[in-house]
Write a protein that binds this ligand. Structure first.
Ligand SMILES: [Zn+2]
Ligand SMILES: [Zn+2]
Length: 394
């Protein structure tokens, strides 16, 4: 192994106690998206201690930051991405404390050898992955404009994987404002629940014409309070998924048109709230293979994911803009489901602690590979250029 990679491993092994303390502290204080004040203060403290230049409120988000450490001159900019939001009811059931620790550790580890390289390393702390699309907001606000390569890991169960894709997704909420009336005199009211039911039926009507990979799942979040009252308010929510963000725009329009049709026929006023678009993911395999090689040096086996994409993450938006990886490191058996209390328990297990440190080391070592080789940088960029569809290129 290169001497410089050994230096990174030594530095991170020495920091193991404080990095794991941060991981467990984030886990013990689960915070929902855009409310991650405790987590961001812990992340900030670590980076400040290791002499990073910090930009708070990055891209206008209070629980985001960018922390940068410069090398010996101008050169490539590598960013490690941290997530740290939790889920309602199941706390860190997605294990984002592990993501944060790997990213912070990787940035600090790489900073310790940056005097060998031209370029810079950043930790970008990205809030609200689960619901608010923090990275999508950052991409839109230019937060990644000066970044050349982005890397992160996500904890998983079963086998550790590289190159897993993700689908495009958006949450769309619809509210209908009608008018209450006694149920014996429905003609005096405006039935908002009828509008919701109309909307569901219209979507089902269109469903057979959709692409087989398109997926719209709806729930009624408010359907009235009593059966002897004509509901004056009703609301619903749809999780919409598609292979590409472009296709997602089409599905979003269908829901908006169907809501307008329901308003027209029932008289209940529709209010449609389209959430941030989570783009599909373009995992950079050239970078992923390097990460896999480095994890093998650390005694961790990874394999290439089978084709097919199900879940969604706002790292997709980053992967359209620049070469990015979001690789999966296993912290438990495949019988444990994501977004569960069981996964939350795995996220502070001995295995998760090992992943926190080894993941940080593997990411930082991949940073060394990228900073050391123009040939590798060119290959990564060429793959990115080839894999991202032309309709995203302005
Ligand atoms: Zn997650
Ligand atoms: Zn999740």
């Amino acid at each position: 192994m290169q001497e410089i990679k050994k230096q990174i491993i030594d530095a991170l092994e020495a920091l193991r106690p404080e990095l794991l303390e941060m991981s467990h502290d984030i886990h013990d204080h689960p915070e929902l998206g855009f409310e991650e004040y405790h987590a961001i203060s812990l992340i900030r403290a670590q980076l400040e201690k290791h002499h990073f230049a910090i930009t708070d409120n990055f891209c206008g988000m209070e629980t985001a930051l960018k922390a940068t450490f410069a090398g010996k001159g101008d050169g490539p900019h590598i960013a490690f991405l941290a997530e740290y939001d939790a889920l309602p009811g199941v706390g860190h059931g997605c294990g984002h404390n592990v993501i944060a620790t790997c990213a912070v550790g990787a940035a600090i580890g790489l900073s310790k050898v940056m005097d060998n390289f031209c370029g810079k390393v950043s930790l970008i702390a990205t809030p609200a992955e689960e619901s608010g699309g923090g990275k999508a907001i950052m991409v839109d606000k230019g937060g990644f404009d000066d970044v050349d390569f982005a890397m992160m890991i996500h904890p998983s169960t079963g086998r550790s994987l590289i190159g897993r894709g993700g689908r495009a997704a958006v949450i769309i909420g619809v509210e209908f404002e009608g008018k209450n009336a006694h149920s014996s005199r429905p003609e005096r009211g405006i039935n908002a629940l009828s509008a919701v039911i109309h909307l569901f039926n219209t979507i089902d009507l269109v469903r057979p014409t959709l692409d087989m990979y398109d997926n719209i799942n709806g729930v009624i979040t408010h359907g009235g309070l009593a059966s002897n009252i004509i509901p004056g308010f009703a609301s619903c929510k749809f999780a919409v998924r598609a292979n590409t963000m472009k296709e997602l725009e089409h599905l979003s329009q269908i829901i908006q048109d169907a809501a307008a049709a329901a308003e027209k026929i029932t008289g209940a006023k529709a209010k449609v709230d389209v959430g941030p678009f989570y783009a599909e993911r373009y995992p950079n395999l050239t970078m992923g293979e390097k990460f896999k090689e480095n994890m093998a040096l650390l005694g961790e086996e990874m394999e290439l994911a089978k084709p097919g994409a199900y879940g969604s993450s706002d790292v997709g938006n980053v992967s359209i803009k620049l070469p990015a990886i979001h690789e999966y490191l296993s912290i438990g058996p495949s019988t444990v489901n994501a977004h569960s209390k069981e996964l939350a328990a795995c996220a502070i297990s001995e295995r998760a602690d090992t992943v926190c440190i080894k993941g940080a080391e593997g990411l930082a070592m991949t940073g060394v590979d990228i900073l050391s080789s123009q040939e590798l940088r060119d290959a990564i960029k060429a793959e990115h250029e080839k894999s991202v569809p032309d309709f995203y290129k302005k």
